[in-house]
Each structure stands twice: as structure tokens, then as C-alpha cells.
Design a protein around this ligand. Sequence first.
Ligand code: ATP
Length: 493
Amino acid sequence: MENKKQDTASALKDIISHAKEYGFVFPSSEIYDGLQAVYDYGQNGVELKNNLKMVWWKAMTMLNDNVVGIDASIFMHPLTWKASGHIDSFNDPMIDNKDSKKRYRADTLLEDRAAQYEADGQADVGKALLQKMAKTLDAGDLEAVRQIIIDENITCPVSNTANWTEVRQFNLMFSTQVGAVSEDASLIYLRPETAQGIFVNFLNVQKTGRMKVPFGIAQIGKAFRNEIVARNFIFRMREFEQMEMQFFVRPGTEMEWYAAWKEVRMKFHQAIGLPASKLKFHDHEKLAHYANAAVDIEYEFPFGFKEMEGIHSRTDFDLKAHQDLSRKKQQYFDPEINENYIPYVIETSVGADRLFLAILCNAYKEEIVGEGDQQKQRIYLNLHPAIAPIKVAVLPLVKKDGLAEKAQEINRSLKFAFNTTYDEGGAIGKRYTRQDLIGTPYCVVIDYQTMEDDTVTVRDRNTMSQERISIADLKEKLGYAVSMERIFEKLLV
Ligand code: ATP
């Protein structure tokens, strides 16, 4: 058990240092020792993240005729958060250990214990524990939550004691003031989810887009949560990005759509390269205040199976609450049944950063190559070519005899179609390694034969095999190999 813990800690550590060393993710304001749970994406990270966002965006809006996108502001009228329930109940239960002074989420302590039961072959006991926790949290009985922690003999991993404070609720929203004069300034919030920007624009989009239920609205944007315990790198951040889609349906049909979107979303994760064996559904025991069914898609991170995406059947909770508070009707007239109603909503919500982390963990490969004393370790990122930061590296074998000029010419001819890089510095093996480390799927090498017959070699990152192809075919062949189309084709079958 102890060994396993060390292995998972070092696996995550390797990924964090790789992410930093090769320009994927840096700690925020690092020269001031960083800011906890806030990170910056570097030159390769931003390309990878943009590709993930683009593939999600297109899978939603381009592949579905009835899904359109918006881009709402981070600031919203404060009443939005009253209606949505976030002011009153967007809380996490926190508990402190009096000896170590460390703070924990009470629900996480119990969830971890339940997972432990499951791992030990006592899934029923774990499930019963989660149900008990859900009941006490729903009833707002924080003393009972504390009692369960004590009865379970859960101790603080730092102090190893069970000397716990009482459990308190902690609101996760960040607030700030808007307005120049302090007396007139009013309190507003940084949005804790992007979904509400979609709900308040539901009728704007429906009317101006002449959308017919069922239809969806997609959005990608920043969200902010003052997380009690922020850890596991970019898994839990205080500033992060969400990719959410709200799908508006006729009441009574929501369970069919819930089941359909569950499948679509699972397929998406597999299409971008996450293996089925590392993905699973996890039904919620404790439903959020707005949901009548909810499931997570979990990925097996180095620290265990954890939520990457949430799929919720949100009923008419949000639109109804906005209608009540704003006194503006949020109804849709359904010409097929001649009725007015507030649509029900299925939400799919995935964190761009969590998806990024899953992709990075999955792509990171260490292997031994070569024979005998030629053996060495090779590290590479096995990223799907369509999401890799750089698709093709163009490398002249040597700089002289016109090879560099020829390589630059080829690079120029490819760079309009996809992200390329040109590198003429150092031995060719070193240059391959540089590309492997950032996950570039193809290296195009210009050698002396190129000067004679206009062919180049294309080296494949995963197999390290080389193929000779004609320059005239490069753009089309590589273009298809690195295109998002290859992902979309998998989604449509
Ligand atoms: P958790 O239980 O891990 O706190 P949640 O259930 O509160 O997550 P949702 O409100 O369902 O999360 O948000 C949808 C998605 O947004 C999550 O599946 C996750 O990918 C992402 N997300 C939520 N909180 C964070 C965070 N602090 N940092 C990074 N991503 C986050």
C-alpha cells in the first residue's frame, strides 16, 4: 500500500516536472514563489489546451446542427447567483485538524474512505457510507457528518490524530466590488460556473437563432472557486476553465437525452485518445440542489479515478428560478404540441484543465529502447496528432549544401496548413528527442537524396520508423494524419 502511494506520488511528480520543463504548465507568478492553485500555460501548453478546446467546440457546434455557442461575461448581475442557489448553497463542508492545523473537505475525507472500502473488496460498505453522508449533508446536519468521520476513525495524514474541529460550511464564490466610489460600490461575484451565462441567454439565443427544442448552447470560459483544499496540480484550481453545454428538452424526455449525452461524451474522450480502461461512469449519491440525475465521467489519474466531466439532468430548476426572480417569462412555445413550457435541461460540463491533465498523464511514456549497452531511456508524449502542440518538425540533416534552404522552403509550404517548427541545431537524434518530449507526431528530414529526387523521410514519433515520401504528397498526407477530422469520424460511428 505504502509503495503504491509512493509510486503514484512520483508518477504525478514526473508529469508536473515534465510539464514545467517543456513549456506546458508553469506555476503562476513563480518569481514570487507562486500562487497556490493557480497555474499558467506555456508555449506548448497553450497549443495543446487550445486544441482540446477547439475539438470540443467543433464536436458540439459543428457536428450537431442543433447546438450553437455563446461567449458570456465572467461578471453577471448578482441576482443571477441568488436565483441559481449559489449564494445560499454553493458550500463545501470543511473540517480542520487541531494538531496539524490542516484543513480538509469533510465530504472528501468520507469519499476517500468509501473508495478504500471499495478497493478492499467491500464495495457495499463504501456505498452505504456514501449514502449516509449524502443524507446528513442534505439535512444540513454537520455535527452528524463530524460524527461519521470520528466513527470511521479517520485521521489526519499529517498529524495522524483524530482531533477534529466541528464541520463548517464554506462558500466557494469569490466576490469583488464594482463601481469607483466605495459607498456606491456593489458586491459582485466571479462566476463559479459558466452555465448561468447560458441560462440567462436562453431566450436571446432561442429567438434570434430560431432554435427549436431540443437544442443546445455551448460555452467555453473561465470559472473561479475558492477551493478549500487545492491540490493535485491543475486538477483542482481556484481559476480554471470549463467547457459546458446546456441542452434544452421537452419535460418528460430528459432521461432519454441524459442517457444519449452520457454515451456521446464517453465516446468523445475515447476519440481524443483516452483508453476505455481508464474511463468510467460514476453515479452521484448526493445530487446537487438542481439535479434529478447526475453522473461523472471519471479518469484514472495517477492519484486514482476522479471526476473529469459531470453530466447532470438539471430539470427546469435554473430557468424557473430565473423566471421567478427576474419576473421575465422563460418559456418556450412548442409548435409540435401547441404548448408553452419551461424546458428541462441536460448539462455536460468538463474542465478544460482536468481534461488537459488526463491527456498529459495518458500521453507521458517512458520506455527503454536499444539493445545491450546501447540501451537508453526514451521519454515521449503519445498525444493524438490532432491535439499535439506542434504537428510536424522540419529538420535538415545538415545545414550545408543547400539542405537548410530546402528545408526552410518545405517548412514555409506546410506552415499555413498546420503548426510546424524548423530546427537545424544539433545532431539529428537530439532533434528527434526534443520533438518526442513535446509530442510532435512527425519529423520531416531533408537529406542528400532530397536534393536529387524531391523526397524526404517522415519519422513517426511512436514507432520511430521512417518512410520516404515525395515532397509533393507531404501536405496532403500529413494534413490528413494531423487533422481533427480523424477524431470527428470516430464520433459519428
Ligand atoms: P469536484 O467535486 O471535483 O469539486 P464539481 O462536482 O464541483 O467537482 P462541477 O461543478 O460539476 O464540479 O464542474 C464541472 C467540471 O468543472 C468538473 O467535472 C471539473 O472538470 C471542472 N472543475 C470543477 N472545479 C474545478 C477546479 N477547482 N479546478 C479545475 N477544474 C474544475
